[in-house]
Write a protein that binds this ligand. Sequence first.
Ligand code: 5GP
Length: 285
Amino acid sequence: MIILSGPSGVGKSTVIRQLLAVKEFPLRLSVSATTREKRPGEQDGREYHFWKRERFQEAIAAGAFLEWAEVFGKYYGTLRSEVEPYREQGIGVILDIDVQGAAQVRQKCPDAVSIFLRASSLDTEEELKTLEARLRKRGTESEEAMQRRLQGARAELAHAGEYDYPVINDNLERAVAEVNAIISIHARGTGMLDELKEEAIINKVGGRFKLSTLIQKRMVALNTGAKALVEVKGGDRLAIVVQEILQDKIYLDASDQVKTRGTSAGDAARRAMLTDISDSGGGDD
Ligand code: 5GP
């Protein structure tokens, strides 16, 4: 299960649409139920199940929801029937839900991978400016509704740190590739890391949890301007991080801080002392 959150206007729907078109693995978007009004172009049962408040409340009472929350004064919820039958068939399910819903799902499904999509940067004020511009351009909201969404965005951004991966959608193609790569690592347990000798990389870093921490922290660093230490065709940030690990360019120290290794003589000497996390027999280059 993949949780995708992010403030209003960040382009979640577009990223998801493109992601589903990639079809690298069986993946389905859960269609939520909501009590908000349909926007022009939306269809009942496609974007959402558009329900009356009473129906939504009955479904809550009947335990039909995996999670539900009130967002912008309206109910939104993930129906179990949109998730469970597909997961049983080995189909990955992606949830486009808010931070409250994500917290509920994380508790119920600890194996869920969570991704927080941001518009432009990891700086909240800068991010809010970009979001406002995008919402104005979309033009689906009244001024009042837009201000409410921007306030909501500020509140959502405060929870970004609870997610496994931050992805910046400043370039759609790259954002889709990153989300795709994250899903392929976690949801299938094979994919990219399989090709690159998954066991080797996990052992090198010191376990699955450390690998996840290292990837996550290094992606944040790359997203905030750190220079890649390897060259990867296409520039997909996750592929860069995986290559940096495989080429011994980055590692986690004892307090889970990301450290980089250059290629200078001093670095080579330091690296020689770090035999516990380097490949057997691969000490010098
Ligand atoms: P919108 O009205 O723009 O379609 O969605 C508003 C917000 O509600 C988005 O942040 C979206 O992720 C969130 N949302 C949509 N469906 C659900 C759901 O089923 N559960 C929760 N908790 N949030 C949802």
